[in-house]
Design a binder for this molecule. Structure first.
Ligand code: PAP
Length: 349
């Protein structure tokens, strides 16, 4: 049996997909109670383009959100009740969500799953950790209630749009952010895969311009990052603020920090047995890309008939891929924009 801090008698860890399958009867009709309000909001007229993956983007309180996710958000704000043991993984899309899900899930479940039978070998990280706006948008609010504690969940919502119960309870939030230039490039590739190629969507130059205007799901990106940053400074015990590039450089250091923050630090004996390194290895893009489960099959087929393949979440996983796509002028313009927005905050790209 491969080691992994594995304790044979511990209760087996459960990916969200398994909980969902066991509780299909709890799924309700998708909510439509806020449709009248949503219909009054400004919307992006070129919504068939990539920014919202087939759903119109609506401008809600200064944030661009795909209509479907906004439906989920509004219901979630009304009825989600957070517990002190909850752990939320928060991010702007394409900033390292999949990786953080894998790391947090395997860290939390390390004593319950052996390395050779780990759920990440048979489940995509998005099937292990539920994306909250989507669950609420698709009538799964009651399933969220039956996830055993500690519940590990994810969100792309900006901090101010989180349900009050998350902000007020002592639950924890781990936020990951990334150089916006690489986020833009990752988003561009993701959109191309989903929409079926460059001829079916905005040109790269147009995509860049929209991104710089804040026009992308959950944008503008700078507000998203800044708000979690400010809140993490105010309440470091509540929000762990991580940077994708730093984790890539020193994965073991940040894996330990993550484990400590989510309440399950590695013991000396685990460290001696290299459990941290094993988790880092299991969650590396090189490994994850190679798992059969992540090679084919859709994660979601949306109501707009958009297929999101599990493989789309693993591309290069590198720092600085923007260099092969953006001109120097484009990069400098986006950097300047972000620097201006971050000015005085102490945050640097
Ligand atoms: P999401 O918001 O749609 O869930 P998210 O996981 O945040 O996407 O971002 C995907 C990016 O994370 C991709 O970056 P790239 O396009 O620049 O390559 C993807 O390759 C990268 N990624 C996915 N898994 C890992 C991993 N295990 N390690 C490092 N990077 C990863």
């Amino acid at each position: 049996m491969a080691s992994f801090g594995y304790v044979p008698n511990a209760k087996f860890s459960i990916p969200y997909k398994t909980i969902e399958e066991a509780n299909i009867h709890l799924i309700e009709k998708p909510p439509h109670e806020h449709d009248a309000l949503i219909a009054t909001l400004p919307h992006e007229p070129v919504y068939e383009r990539p920014f919202s993956i087939g759903h119109p983007l609506r401008l809600y309180k200064g944030v661009w959100i795909a209509e479907k996710m906004l439906r989920g958000t509004l219901v979630m704000q009304q009825c989600f009740k957070s517990c002190p043991t909850d752990i939320f993984l928060a991010s702007f899309p394409k900033s390292g969500t999949t990786w953080l899900k894998a790391m947090a899930f395997s860290t939390l479940t390390r004593t319950k799953c052996s390395l050779d039978k780990h759920p990440l070998l048979t489940h995509n990280p998005h099937q292990c950790v539920p994306y909250m706006e989507l669950q609420f948008a698709t009538g799964r609010r009651q399933i969220i209630d039956v996830i055993p504690s500690p519940r590990l969940m994810s969100t792309h919502l900006p901090y101010f749009l989180l349900p009050d119960s998350i902000k007020e309870s002592s639950c924890r939030i781990v936020y990951i952010w990334r150089d916006p230039k690489d986020v833009l490039i990752s988003a561009w590739h993701f959109a191309q895969k989903i929409l079926g190629g460059p001829d079916k969507m905005a040109t790269f130059d147009q995509f860049y311009e929209f991104f710089c205007q804040g026009l992308y799901s959950f944008g503008p990106i700078w507000n998203h990052i800044l708000e979690y940053w400010e809140e993490s400074k105010r309440r470091p015990e509540k929000i762990l603020f991580l940077k994708y590039e730093n984790i890539l450089q020193e994965p073991v250091k940040y894996a330990k920090q993550l484990a400590h923050f989510i309440g399950c630090p590695f013991s000396e004996s685990e460290e001696n047995q290299h459990v941290v390194e094993q988790i880092v290895e299991l969650c590396s893009i090189k490994k994850m890309k190679d798992f059969d489960v992540n090679k084919d099959g859709d994660l979601v087929t949306s109501s707009t008939n958009v297929h999101i393949s599990k493989a789309y979440f693993f591309r290069k996983g590198e720092v600085g891929d923007w260099k092969s796509h953006m001109t120097q002028e484009m990069a400098e313009r986006l950097d300047t924009l972000i620097k201006e927005k971050f000015e005085g905050s102490g945050l640097q790209i």
